[in-house]
Design a protein around this ligand. Structure first.
Ligand SMILES: C=C(O[C@@H]1C=C(C(=O)O)C=C[C@H]1O)C(=O)O
Length: 420
């Protein structure tokens, strides 16, 4: 048993401003920041890595009873023998990470949490508090960059290989991705991208995992699983169209998407898969028969929410393991699709499409699917996005769909000076 001491006290500060001032002192950083709900956790510093919550016992200290917050970033296909891109390869393979300091904003308020393997003394927390009290409102900057286009021809070949596997009956759907390299004129920091994603128009959950100089970040719309006591939720997200130039066009495109057979089929594989996992692990499963629309800044998706009550003894980590990867990121059937992705894609996805989230010391928490993300160091970065290929998919259209999805992570370079 590892004993953790967790000292929490309220803070009267914007946690993003507080993070910006504290982060200078820490190379290891972890962020899970839901823009629409108060589920916001910003971790700093290397404290301890744990294989599972079962090994942990925590002692609550301080004015507020809050369990410790641990972060978990998992690769899309941890067993893929293909070497990861050099930037991604520098991350350790850790399961649960408990940072030294966590800034929290939840339904109970805003807090500063300090974790340690020995008792935390009040003076240490007070020092962080004083530092936070000096935090100035953050500013945004635009970071100019150039993208190296990946070839449409190579993509055409990849899609061709996917379509061949579909017509041979090996898979019904396979999700293929593209990556692009970007180079900025000047080195940029994780803080700059983080602030632009949090304050910019992208909807969803902002993620950051920085280890040393290298960082992985993005803003994902896709919830994999959320657990709060016995209540669990997930989300089926697959099937995509453009956002539209104005509200009328958005509605027009949304109503076309809701009637598009190919997209509905892509979506149905995800619904069937999540329903099956929920039926095995939960009761009172509620999943609507027909999808709705999730309208985002750069695209819109077919969307079906899923909720249930989890069986006693089932854990968040267990559910995450069973749900990931869903056919939204792999294909159907999942195992065959994963094997095909290993064969077709020239690179290892690393954390792109992986399960990224947090868990508290009581076993509640949530995981997202790490979409609309990239990995960065200094002035270079790799950004990733993918799309579902089914019978009838046209390579050029899918290439354009991926370009639309890439706009979300690229918006991290936009300081918003044009008023957006
Ligand atoms: C693979 C991505 O997105 C996934 C694929 C989608 C699709 O194929 O329509 C839609 C939403 C996501 O589940 C991505 O954003 O990179």
């Amino acid at each position: 048993m590892t004993k953790i001491y967790t000292y929490t006290q309220p803070v009267d500060a914007d946690i993003v401003d507080a993070f910006c001032v504290l982060q200078k002192g820490f190379t290891d950083q972890f962020v899970f920041y839901d823009k629409s709900r108060k589920a916001r956790f910003m971790g700093l510093g290397r404290c301890i890595a744990l294989p599972s919550l079962r090994e942990v016992e925590y002692v609550v200290q301080g004015e507020t009873e809050q369990p410790p917050i641990l972060f978990s970033f998992n690769r899309f296909d941890a067993e893929n023998p293909k070497p990861a891109d050099e930037l991604l390869a520098s991350f350790p393979r850790l399961h649960l990470m408990l940072p030294e300091v966590v800034l929290i904003e939840n339904e109970q308020g805003r807090f500063l949490q300090v974790n340690s393997l020995g008792p935390v003394y009040a003076g240490r927390v007070a020092r962080f508090s004083r530092h936070i009290a000096e935090a100035k409102p953050r500013t945004r900057i635009t970071i100019p960059f150039e993208l190296e286009r990946d070839s449409r021809e190579a993509w055409g070949e990849a899609v061709g290989a996917g379509l061949a596997a579909i017509s041979e009956g090996r898979v019904d759907k396979v999700v293929l991705s593209r990556r692009q390299k970007l180079t900025a004129a000047h080195p940029f920091s994780s803080k700059d991208l983080l602030v632009n994603l949090i304050d910019g128009p992208a909807r969803g959950t902002v993620l950051l995992y920085r280890y040393g100089d290298v960082f992985f970040c993005g803003c994902t719309p896709e919830l994999l699983v959320r657990k709060d006591g016995a209540s669990v939720e997930s989300m089926c997200l697959a099937g995509t169209t453009a956002a539209g130039a104005d509200e009328a066009e958005r509605e027009q495109l949304a109503s076309e998407l809701l009637r598009d057979g190919k997209n509905l089929q892509e979506h149905a594989y995800v619904v069937d898969f999540i329903r099956e996992v929920f039926r095995r692990n939960c009761h009172d499963v509620a999943i609507p028969d027909h999808p709705g629309i999730l309208a985002l800044q750069h695209v819109q998706h077919l969307y079906t929410p899923a909720s249930a009550q989890v069986l006693e003894g089932k854990t968040l980590m267990g559910l995450m393991g069973e749900l990931h990867p869903t056919p939204a990121l792999s294909g159907a059937p999942v195992g065959e699709a994963l094997m095909l992705i290993r064969q077709i894609e020239a690179y290892n996805r690393g954390f792109f499409g992986g399960a990224a989230g947090y868990i508290d010391g009581d076993g509640n928490g949530e995981f997202t699917v790490a979409l609309r993300t990239g990995v960065f160091d200094g002035e270079i970065g790799w950004v990733y996005a993918g799309c579902g290929i089914v019978e009838g998919s046209v390579a050029d259209d899918e290439y354009d769909e991926i370009d639309m999805k890439l706009k979300t992570i690229l918006s991290a370079f936009d300081g918003g000076e044009d008023g957006r």
